[in-house]
Design a protein around this ligand. Sequence first.
Ligand SMILES: Nc1nc2c(c(=O)[nH]1)N[C@H]1C(S)=C(S)[C@@H](COP(=O)(O)OP(=O)(O)OC[C@H]3O[C@@H](n4cnc5c(=O)[nH]c(N)nc54)[C@H](O)[C@@H]3O)O[C@H]1N2
Ligand SMILES: Nc1nc2c(c(=O)[nH]1)N[C@H]1C(S)=C(S)[C@@H](COP(=O)(O)OP(=O)(O)OC[C@H]3O[C@@H](n4cnc5c(=O)[nH]c(N)nc54)[C@H](O)[C@@H]3O)O[C@H]1N2
Ligand code: SF4
Ligand SMILES: [Mo]
Length: 735
Amino acid sequence: MSIIERTKINSLIHQKEGHLTRELLLSPGGFGLGKVPEKNLPDSTTQMVCGFCGTGCNLNIHMKEGEGVCITPTTEYPVNLGMACPKGWEALSVLKSPDRAVSPLVKKSPSHWEPVDWDTALNLFTRKFKGIQQEHGPESVAFLSTGQMVTEEMAFLGALTKFGMGMLHGDGNTRQCMASAVTAYKQSFGFDAPPFTYQDLEESDVLVFVGANPCIAHPIMWERVMRNQCDPEIIVVDPRKTETAMQATQHLQLYPKSDLTLFYGIAQILIERGHIDQEYIREHTDDFEAFSDHVKDFSIQRVVLETGLEPKEIEHFADLIHSGKRVSFWWTMGVNQSYQGVRTAQSLINLALMTGNIGRPGTGPNSITGQCNAMGSRLFSNTTNLLGGHDFLNAEHRAKVAETLSIPIDRIPSENSLPYHKIIEGILAGKIKGLWIICTNPAHSWINQKQVRDILDRLDFLVVQDMYHTTETAQLADLILPAAGWGEKEGTFINAERRIGRVKRVSRAPGQALCDFSIFKLVAQYWGCAEMFSQWKSPEDVFEMMKELTKGQPCDISGIENYAAIEEQGGIQWPYSEAETEPPEQQRRLFTDGQFFHSNGRAKFLFSESTKMPEAPNEHYPFLLLTGRGTASQWHTQTRTRNSDVLQKLYPKSIYVEINPSDASQHSIKPNDWIYIDSQRGRIKARAFVTQSIQPGQLFIPMHYEQTNQLTDAVFDPHSSQPSYKCCAVRVMKY
Ligand SMILES: Nc1nc2c(c(=O)[nH]1)N[C@H]1C(S)=C(S)[C@@H](COP(=O)(O)OP(=O)(O)OC[C@H]3O[C@@H](n4cnc5c(=O)[nH]c(N)nc54)[C@H](O)[C@@H]3O)O[C@H]1N2
Ligand SMILES: Nc1nc2c(c(=O)[nH]1)N[C@H]1C(S)=C(S)[C@@H](COP(=O)(O)OP(=O)(O)OC[C@H]3O[C@@H](n4cnc5c(=O)[nH]c(N)nc54)[C@H](O)[C@@H]3O)O[C@H]1N2
Ligand code: SF4
Ligand SMILES: [Mo]
């Protein structure tokens, strides 16, 4: 149901057309909106990177009268080589929707919002947040951002909130997604540095996919695997027989969360047999001895018991890792979203290090990123790192950033922000009273949803900045700010293989919606800190500052001349420093020289004992619930994908739960029956999808349906604070 009367809004916009704020924003050089597409331009084609997943496919946007009207995938781009999945083909159509927020909206009663102009909205924003800060201290206002805006906007938001508005706490939805991989890489390599390039998918002779379903979640990366000419072994480690597992040469259908035991057991077998690269270990790593002692406890009997796999499956897996010349390990959310995600990711990093499968074509411990710009967020959002992969706790780093940005050093916090779940706890404890949520929808996507909705409801003031006014989180907001989306603004994304690509404005945002960059510029002005950001005129100006900020960092991009160079080169992978004399090669990987980013240049073996599942199935809740991606045509909380007629036809409309035939018959459940699923947090109803792809005693529900996270249990990895979305105890009952 719409929360506003659309006609009212339209007439309001009509009246306000020509209003000072909008005029100022749209004026050339005004607030760096970029040019509004003009109606009388000749028809043409331009190119840019897709705005859904972290694969970062390039798309040709065909223009008619200054507006993008249709899409084809770019053939000569080194990522997708002329391919795109349904979301890419449909990326423009999701922009046109009656759900789009077309004006700022102020809540008047629990279910009624009234449209206001930007001036009123920003005065309210400033008055409320400043009031809260005056009463409760600067830390009482926080923000939650995203991996889906352009990097320049993320950098602006992070700088504005922390340096300009005096906030300390702000985190991203990347916490839900990549935090375990980030922490694992930082601890093991000394920097958050995924080492691979997509060509590795074609050059491996053994590919191991762990907790990853690329056929659904990264279809074009999977197409690259299909182009592999080495007749590769493809091993899929997943409790479910997924679309990807069905294509594998070996499927290890282990018990959920027993991956750590499996990989320690494999390490033990390889060490015992001497199937390790002694020279690589000696020259390039630390702490192998301790690791090798640790894995002695992981006998094959223990691995069989904990994983439920057959001894011969385990042995065969170890043999393949040994016999492969170029072995690559790829992992996604089945690893990261766990109460022991960091150590599981590191158990894969350890296997790559001890077998010397790193720094060469077709190798690597490779974390696949989820959102289009998760990698941009990891380096430039100013949340967990100080801008440019720096450290808030390091005085030299603070001085460098202050000088580069001409910002007084005392404006840069010398403390880290609270992580996402602690910000939520901070609201519950009454320490955080104001929250600004930008480009994420936690009232649907955050773990243990009922609790989080209740907590968000306790805020004195909640601002939600989104493309759509109908999202579950916007429905809780006191103020909704209407944002332009992908295709309606300028900037860059960084994809999973560290490739920086261009995003462009090919469509006009509806009504009074503004790109996030302009909203941040306006907030700076209304807040009274515009002076600090006087140089931040356009996204490309910010890109120039990002280049400066990265100088001397592992992610140095100072050699990228400008936006045009990014396009000419087919995207550019970091690092590419100003010291480079040759144009960047199109496929580059890290650690080719065996040098890591710890001060002694060596990588570290990290490990712990495995921990007990926090909420294991029990007498009352005998099933284990897994969650994740359902189809290639659904994106997360569906705010975008549900607006495409084509995509809508490609996925099941109502929520469903995968259940094994033996469990179904035991509960007299027939295919398509509605059933109840209960956890300790609540009850939902879903249609039974009776299938062999899920093991007995386990269930799977896609995350795209609003109800799913009513069941999940708020448990986090102790090192990364990433939510453990993929295991909680539930029961089923016939409806
Ligand atoms: N179509 C589509 N594509 C997407 C997205 C989308 O919403 N829709 N989202 C994007 C984002 S942000 C992300 S993060 C990625 C996620 O991409 P993936 O991680 O590939 O997707 P998921 O389905 O969340 O999880 C992958 C698999 O983990 C398995 N799993 C669960 N528990 C365990 C376990 O204990 N061990 C192992 N080995 N496996 C386990 C699940 O059965 C599931 O098949 O997808 C990206 N791509
Ligand atoms: N149970 C379960 N839950 C999960 C997961 C799981 O596997 N299982 N996966 C988790 C993972 S990996 C992720 S990444 C999260 C994703 O969770 P969310 O980030 O909450 O999901 P999205 O639907 O992508 O939300 C993005 C929001 O930003 C808006 N938006 C899009 N573009 C723009 C823009 O340019 N500007 C602004 N201002 N707004 C914009 C969209 O309309 C949408 O409301 O979900 C997590 N939740
Ligand atoms: S695979 Fe990802 S980047 Fe490529 S078209 Fe599909 S959603 Fe877009
Ligand atoms: Mo994600």
